[in-house]
Write a protein that binds this ligand. Structure first.
Ligand code: ACO
Ligand code: ZN
Length: 176
């Protein structure tokens, strides 16, 4: 089921553009490549079972980008999960889509890959009836902050010393 990457069954082509990459659903065989991108591009590492459990629960919103000429090669990924937490505007518990992680290999950046990954994954995680999209990002990570602002995320608060090295995070939110 959906494991043959060459079948293009789950491939998405960004609309109206002729691009060098495809965005498709992640499969269990892709996790190694996803982890490789994560380890190269982000200081936050997760154990294999963490990726696997997210893939099992939220596979429609766990997407990878691959060059058209090599659909086995992972050049970027995005993964989301759903959680229940108080809304930013009231204390009511609501369902939120939490952007767990997104990254694109340095060589392939600034060509719209992350934009395509968000474009395709946000509607997929919305299907869980979430009310907000949320994420944390390092306050120094201007590239990612710009990306999220472009997608109309707004900083709701600062989480002090959120990262292990002591850096603060912006907690960014977008209503669905
Ligand atoms: N400088 C300024 N703004 C940037 C830059 C940059 N170098 N790169 C991306 N952006 C912003 C811009 O607003 C850009 O729009 P524009 O090109 O029209 O100006 C917008 O992001 C979209 O750019 P894309 O080409 O779609 O983004 P890209 O594929 O390069 O990926 C990403 C962006 C994911 C932030 C990439 O730089 C990356 O992998 N960084 C390392 C990993 C990382 O920081 N991930 C986010 C951590 S937070 C979290 O995961 C919840
Ligand atoms: Zn988070």
């Amino acid at each position: 089921m959906g494991t043959d990457k060459r079948s293009h069954i789950n491939a998405y082509t960004p609309q109206g553009k002729d691009v060098f990459y495809q965005v498709r659903r992640c499969t269990i065989d892709d996790l190694e490549g996803v982890i490789e991108v994560n380890e190269k591009e982000l200081p936050e590492d997760y154990p294999y079972f963490f990726y696997k459990s997210i893939l099992e629960k939220y596979s429609d919103a766990f997407l990878v980008a691959c060059p058209n000429n090599n659909l086995e090669k992972i050049i970027g990924y995005v993964m989301w999960r759903v959680e229940r937490a108080p809304s930013v505007s009231s204390l009511r518990l609501i369902k939120k889509g939490h952007l767990v992680s997104i990254a694109v290999l340095e060589k392939y950046r600034r060509q719209g890959v992350a934009t395509s990954l968000l474009d395709k994954s946000m509607p997929a995680i919305s299907k869980f009836n979430i009310k907000e999209f949320v994420l944390e990002v390092r306050v120094s990570n201007y590239r990612a902050i710009n990306l999220y602002e472009k997608f109309k995320y707004r900083t709701a608060k600062v989480k002090e010393s959120y990262y292990r090295d002591g850096e603060n995070a912006y907690f960014m939110v977008r209503k669905v």
